[in-house]
Write a protein that binds this ligand. Structure first.
Ligand code: NAI
Length: 335
């Protein structure tokens, strides 16, 4: 296996990928910039590249990679909406991902956001640091007895549902493929999506981003939601229509919004722009609401998840180099 360029690399990537790579004989070359058609020439001579959620693996990028000799793109994430799978199949580049590294990491972050937003921990922290010990404006509500609505009952949605059941919430769920047995065992209830939106005090999104789920939460869905409801999105930014969301916040329709993902993360999320001018007016507006809490796509950021991502990715690179099969369930095929 030739050296593997790893794009959008952060210090924590170095830490975990060097450790796994050294143990398995895979040498990574870390690039801080993202991979797209314009940066693809940096991969010339490599057989495989390693990318993350905001690299643009579209047709022009795949064509450029292929010209340079790349035959495998290894995603060090679960979501793959940034990849044109059909183009990859036509061009002859194989794609692998890490389908599950730590669903616990994302479910726990989802609940951390919900608790922080509800009990205004982010505001209280800043106040106390300035010796402002007033409680005005910090009133939340008991989650116990309230209704949560979980959209998408895959790995992360199920764990989130279980944690919220532990708080004594009633949990309504929705999925294209309901698992009634799981719902019975956990005490959750599958309902139609409209009923979930209309009934839940807290709506949490856990579906992948697909053409069907794009703008799953649009103006109509927001209008259906209860006045004062909370919306939590740790899945993908494209699930929510940002313009409609800002409207629902300005009109006080929603009580709070917690986001770990955003429609246009590229060039902003994961970057330190504290000395720059934020060009995205929608994001700047969202940040300005007192009842909006945003983290920069950090749901996956635990030691367990990072080492599992590095382990699975490196194992697949080794297998590819040896001409063997990828780890089960990690290769993506065009639909
Ligand atoms: P999963 O594949 O286990 O579950 C996804 C669920 O969504 C499945 O049950 C599927 O049937 C359902 N679904 C798909 N299309 C649907 C539709 N149109 N309507 C209703 N349900 C639908 O995936 P997992 O591991 O639970 O991850 C969920 C998402 O979380 C990922 O796709 C990814 O976008 C996001 N994620 C976010 C991370 C973060 O750091 N914030 C890290 C990892 C994943």
């Amino acid at each position: 296996m030739t050296t593997v360029p790893l794009y959008d690399a952060k210090p924590y990537d170095h830490l975990f990928f060097v450790k796994e790579g050294d143990a398995a004989g895979v040498k990574y070359e870390f690039h801080a910039f993202r991979l797209d058609a314009s940066t693809a020439p940096s991969a010339v001579g490599a057989e495989a590249v390693c990318v993350f959620v905001n690299d643009a693996i579209d047709r022009p990028c795949l064509e450029a990679l292929e010209r340079g000799g790349v035959r495998l793109v290894a995603l060090r994430c679960a979501g793959f909406n940034q990849v044109d799978l059909r183009a990859a199949a036509e061009i002859g580049i194989r794609i692998v991902r890490v389908p599950a590294y730590s669903p616990h990491a994302v479910a726990e972050h989802t609940v951390a956001l919900l608790l922080s937003m509800n009990r205004k921990i982010h505001r209280a922290y800043n106040r106390v640091r300035e010796h402002n010990f007033s409680l005005s404006g910090l009133v939340g509500f008991d989650l116990h007895g309230r209704v949560a609505g979980i959209v998408g009952t895959g790995k992360i949605g199920r764990l989130t549902a279980s944690i919220l059941r532990g708080f004594g919430m009633k949990v309504l769920v929705y999925d294209l493929y309901p698992d009634e047995e799981w719902a019975r065992e956990t005490g959750c209830l599958y309902v139609p999506l409209e009923e979930l939106f209309a009934t839940a005090d807290v709506v949490s999104l856990h579906t992948p981003l697909t053409p069907e789920t794009h703008y799953l939460v649009d103006g109509d869905a927001l209008a259906m939601m209860k006045d004062g409801a909370y919306l939590v999105n740790t899945s993908r930014g494209g699930l929510v229509d940002t313009t409609a969301l800002i409207g629902a916040l300005k009109s006080h329709k929603l009580g709070g919004v917690a986001l770990d993902v955003y429609e246009i993360e590229e060039g902003v999320f994961f970057e330190d722009l504290s000395h720059d001018v934020l060009q995205d007016d929608d994001l700047a507006r969202l940040v300005s609401f007192p009842n909006v809490l945003i983290t920069s796509h950090q749901g996956f950021l635990t030691e367990e998840a990072l080492s599992e991502i590095a382990r699975v990715t490196t194992a697949n690179l080794v297998r590819f180099g040896e001409g063997g099969d990828f780890l089960p369930g990690t290769e993506l095929k065009a639909p």
